[in-house]
Write a protein that binds this ligand. Sequence first.
Ligand SMILES: [Zn+2]
Length: 332
Amino acid sequence: MNAVRVIGGEVRVVDARSPQAGAGEAIIRRVRAGIGDAEIAVGCGGGGGGRASEYTLGREFVGMVEEVNPRAGREDQRRWTGKRVAGSGIVVCGVCERCRSGLALHCAQRSVLGAGRDGCFAERFSLPVVNLVEVPKGIEDDAAALIAMVAAAVHATRVVKVDGKQVVTVLGDSPSGLVIGQIAAARNQSVRLLGMRAERFTLCEKWGIKHRHADEAGRRQDQDIVIDAVGEAWSLRLAGQLVRPRGAVVVCAEPAGDGAREGAAELVRVARGQELTLHGAAGENFPEAIGLVESGAVDVRSLIGSRMKLGEAASGIRAAGADGVLKVILAA
Ligand SMILES: [Zn+2]
């Protein structure tokens, strides 16, 4: 089967072996997949450090469950076989102390789909059934492929309280940033989004989100909360220039790109002097995400920039990383 693999740091479409379902796992036939920030970071020369040397990319998907390992039990086989699913790419052991104490997201044995563990940019891939969620009929395939992105965005807006009187800035006009902006703005009218691409502000206008070009934002250190959905040198630095003393910064994009290290050091320096609270956000909330996509409260359809075939993934990743292209969906 075709798979989009990272081999020696390069993204290549190769003929790979079909996966086997391990204990508790399902084999899923990919229907659609979304190219996300993680694939762009790897495909455009950043990120991916410290991972396995060779693995299949891809974390956002909608697919059909083809089979479930019999050792998962009859009930799970009946429950999942033939179902249309999305799911969490965070695979945990379920038995370690962190898993048992409610910190499964931070399981010491965890692996991540498309980031070391073979991902969904293949005809078939495996995932534990406990990671799956059934997609309601009302959500079409393209939108369903983006539920994982919305689930991460929901979590990023839940690690701090944004639904009060806080003054909130969301940094970033990537598809993830635009979803975080939609979710936060629905809860708090003071939310504004700062981006670098003026053409994406028409989407903010459509959704009623305040917006401004990042270069035009006043650096007055008056924001209660800054959510950084970019993770580059400029956004990490800008977060420290925007947030008020004792305010909070949420870092929800993996720092990547030239100078990210210096940007992070600058943010930590400001955090020390201004007594900021830094929050990481790496989790997901699928139940809420499905509700938001199904009801239309989060508009993901407007975020789809183009559709490509799996075999075109390498150029799709480059296109998604280029300015002006929104979400790229990989179809058959
Ligand atoms: Zn564990």
